[in-house]
Design a protein around this ligand. Structure first.
Ligand code: C2E
Ligand code: CA
Ligand code: CA
Length: 429
């Protein structure tokens, strides 16, 4: 009898925290759905950055933190609310809409937790689902709440998000899109286009940026803003990014055989690719295979990559520089890095983000930002290119304030190889 009681306890209660576990939580949701109570809401509360915290401060500390959170939830919520541990660092709460609200749950975490005589401030991300939005059983309901939680975590941490029906559809679509993308990549149905980069003084093409394209089975173009994040999350970006770099460098070789010398090839590198231990080896392999002068290869990394741990970045960029490869900071101005920081990192070029350029001729503030970037950048020996130049007015304004290079629809859209060759031949004569 005691044994049965213990087994039962193990099956339905979290042994560390002494509260219901995931299985028991799902049964409670089932019970609520079973009696047709619709004015209940499920919440999943996920402690932000718990895993690194646990690693850094020790599991003991992590356990104490979880116990403190459990106690705080218990004393802050009325006894009829069900509180459960549903994952290592996530709690489930089930109760009436008026109790289980994001404002109320977030307030619970506003003051610090006292652990081992020191205060610890936590932030949490919250996913919520109202039972009225859910078709199915307790386990389906928890899945929906999880979808909302993932969505909450996509933004800056500390956010909340309610589940709505088309999110599920959205998730299903994403799974399908990822499968299609993988098939397209395996079957060589992705391709690379090249957008010219222009010297503003001469109006000649001095470089190109390689941009990945995917036309799906229905002949529709899927924008890279949609599929690159998918590739990034699934790890496919590692092989895909290397493929783009190889295709671009072999492409450059081809342009050289057509008599186009000294053209620079810019390739976008995503964060997981850059952080991958084999990244430098893949750069070496591509340089060797294509035989291009490394100085003609420019890797574009975003400001957020540049802000990764300083020592790591410095090491990586120095490794690239020792091979002669150039580094540009993409979408510059949208992040929070300072110019002097980037100069210390030894980068070569800044690409001023399109948003500043499109505002330039309308808003004085944008014009001033661009001028400041140019002045400071030049004083630090960084070269500067403007992105998204669409009008002659913008090009003229940029030239007047000393910007040497530009890229944008005014000059050319991203072009397929043959169109690019024709464009360069007609522009650079
Ligand atoms: P990005 O690196 O900022 O690339 C520039 C984007 O701006 C391109 O969009 C280009 O077509 C667009 N663009 C160029 N000139 C103009 C203009 O004058 N006006 C406007 N409105 N847009 C202009 P695209 O090709 O759709 O690429 C979007 C993003 O996808 C890229 O932004 C880049 O972050 C990512 N991406 C594309 N190819 C790759 C790749 O091979 N690897 C990685 N990691 N990311 C890629
Ligand atoms: Ca870019
Ligand atoms: Ca950009």
């Amino acid at each position: 009898m005691i044994l049965f009681g213990q087994l039962n306890d193990h099956a339905y209660n979290d042994q560390l925290l002494g509260i219901p576990n995931r299985l028991s939580f799902v049964q409670s949701i089932d019970a609520v759905i079973g009696v047709g109570r619709k004015d209940d809401t499920i919440a999943l509360i996920d402690i932000d950055h718990f895993a690194p915290l646990n690693d850094a401060l020790g599991h003991n500390y992590g356990d104490m933190l979880l116990a403190a959170v459990t106690a705080r939830l218990r004393e802050s919520l009325p006894p009829e609310a069900i509180i459960a541990r549903v994952a290592a660092d996530a709690f489930g709460v089930l109760g009436n809409d008026s109790i289980v609200s994001p404002e109320r749950l977030q307030a619970i975490f506003r003051s610090a937790f006292r652990i081992d005589n020191s205060d610890h401030q936590l932030s949490v991300s919250i996913g919520l689902a109202r039972l009225t939005e859910i078709d199915g059983n307790g386990s389906d309901a928890l899945k929906c709440t999880n979808i909302a939680l993932s969505r909450a975590k996509e933004g800056p941490r500390g956010e909340f998000c309610y589940f709505v029906r088309d999110m599920e559809l959205h998730t299903r679509n994403r799974v399908r899109l990822l499968q299609d993308l993988r098939a397209a990549f395996d079957q060589d149905r992705l391709f690379v286009v090249y957008q010219p980069q222009i010297g503003l003084a001469t109006r000649r093409v001095i470089g190109v940026e390689a941009l990945l394209r995917w036309r799906n089975d229905q002949g529709r173009f899927v924008p890279p803003d949609q599929f690159i994040p998918l590739a990034e999350n699934s790890g496919m970006i590692i092989s895909m990014g290397e493929w783009v770099m190889r295709t671009a460098c072999l492409g450059l070789r081809k342009f050289q055989r057509e008599g186009i010398e000294n053209l620079r090839m810019a390739v976008n590198v995503s964060v997981n690719q850059f952080r991958h231990p084999q990244f430098l080896a893949s750069v070496d392999a591509v340089l060797k295979e294509s035989g291009i002068d490394p100085k003609l290869l420019e890797l574009e990394i975003t400001e957020s990559i540049a802000m990764l741990e300083y020592e790591f970045m410095l090491g990586m960029i120095n490794q690239l520089k020792s091979r002669g490869v150039m580094v540009a900071i993409d979408d510059f101005g949208t992040g929070f890095s300072s110019l002097s920081y980037l100069e210390r990192l030894n980068v070569d070029r800044l690409k001023i983000d399109r948003s500043f350029i499109s505002q330039m001729t309308q808003a004085n503030s944008s014009q001033r930002i661009v001028e400041t970037i140019l002045q400071l950048g030049h004083s630090l020996d960084l070269s500067i290119i403007a992105e998204g130049v669409e009008t002659e007015e913008q090009a003229a304004a940029l030239h007047a304030i000393g910007c040497e290079e530009a890229q944008g629809f005014l000059f050319a859209k991203p072009l397929e190889v043959n169109d690019l060759l024709a464009y360069i031949k007609s522009t650079n004569t």
